[in-house]
Design a protein around this ligand. Structure first.
Ligand SMILES: [Zn+2]
Length: 270
């Protein structure tokens, strides 16, 4: 199974064949294609905080949510701050206008309430969607290197277990498009942080790249951490799309800095 790109759709997007096969949810990862925003936000910008025309961003939400079967008027998002904070979402979190910032800071959202569309934003950082079709709960996680070093994804699995009775072996994970080990060049602090958190399990995903530099495969580290958290290997889908290798499909913060739009990963219990 895999994370596949539907490039023939009017709003090209990615989805996990594992999550789709499990049924009972809407989910997807956006690309930069299929929207109405103009440069440098062209064209499917889902960020209200980067200077784009809010009316165009609203239309982009309508298009992307329609493409994946989610409710654009029930989107739940957070202010992402590269932590391991996880917010358990309830109906009480509805009612914030899409164009307004969320009233809380978190890099992970978890819920068991159907009809709430959990949303995280990325442009190189790793988006991770989790679904337990037995206990009926979902999570959306924004896992950049700092949050990965704080083990936010295994923490989200633990929240699903603690709050909603999930059994780890029932959880399905989809790891979305992100900067790959091909392009994520770092200094020593990133591999040091990964080795401190994950020990030797992180080592296969760190390559030396000249004096004082490394290339780090965050998705590989996250997949390994999910395996260690108790997920089965055939319940973990990993996108092989690199945001920095494919500027035609994605925005990469590394490549273009702040002059860009935002991509989103969404998951909603139906
Ligand atoms: Zn790359």
């Amino acid at each position: 199974m895999s994370v596949i790109l539907d490039s023939s759709h009017p709003v090209p997007h990615l989805s996990s064949t594992l999550l789709t096969a499990a049924g009972g949810i809407a989910h997807g990862f956006s690309t930069r294609l299929g929207g109405v925003s103009s440069a440098p936000f062209d064209s499917l910008d889902l960020g209200y905080n980067r200077g784009d025309d809010p009316a165009r961003v609203a239309e982009n939400y309508r298009r992307f949510c329609a493409a994946i079967g989610a409710d654009h008027d029930r989107v739940i998002k957070s202010r992402q701050i590269h932590t391991a904070n996880i917010h358990v979402v309830t109906e009480a979190d509805l009612g914030v206008a899409l164009c307004e910032p969320a009233p809380y800071e978190a890099d992970g959202l978890v819920t068991n309430v159907p009809g709430l569309c959990l949303t995280v934003f990325t442009a190189d950082c790793v988006p991770v969607l989790l679904y337990d079709p037995v206990a009926r709960c979902v999570a959306a996680v924004h896992s950049g290197w700092r949050s990965t070093a704080m083990a936010i994804v295994p923490k989200a699995v633990q929240v699903m277990a603690d709050r909603f009775g999930s059994r780890q072996e029932n959880i399905i994970a989809a790891i979305g498009p992100a900067i790959g080990g091909c392009c994520f060049q770092t200094q020593k602090e990133v591999p040091d942080a990964m080795l401190e958190t994950y020990g030797s399990a992180a080592a296969p995903f760190i390559r030396p790249d000249g004096p004082g530099h490394f290339r780090v495969d965050l998705r590989g580290i996250i997949a390994g951490s999910l395996h260690n958290a108790g997920l089965t290997g055939n319940h973990i889908d990993i996108s092989d799309h690199c945001t920095a290798c494919r500027p035609d499909l994605f925005w990469s913060h590394r490549l273009v800095g702040n002059a860009r739009g935002s991509m989103a990963a969404m998951i909603q219990l139906l």
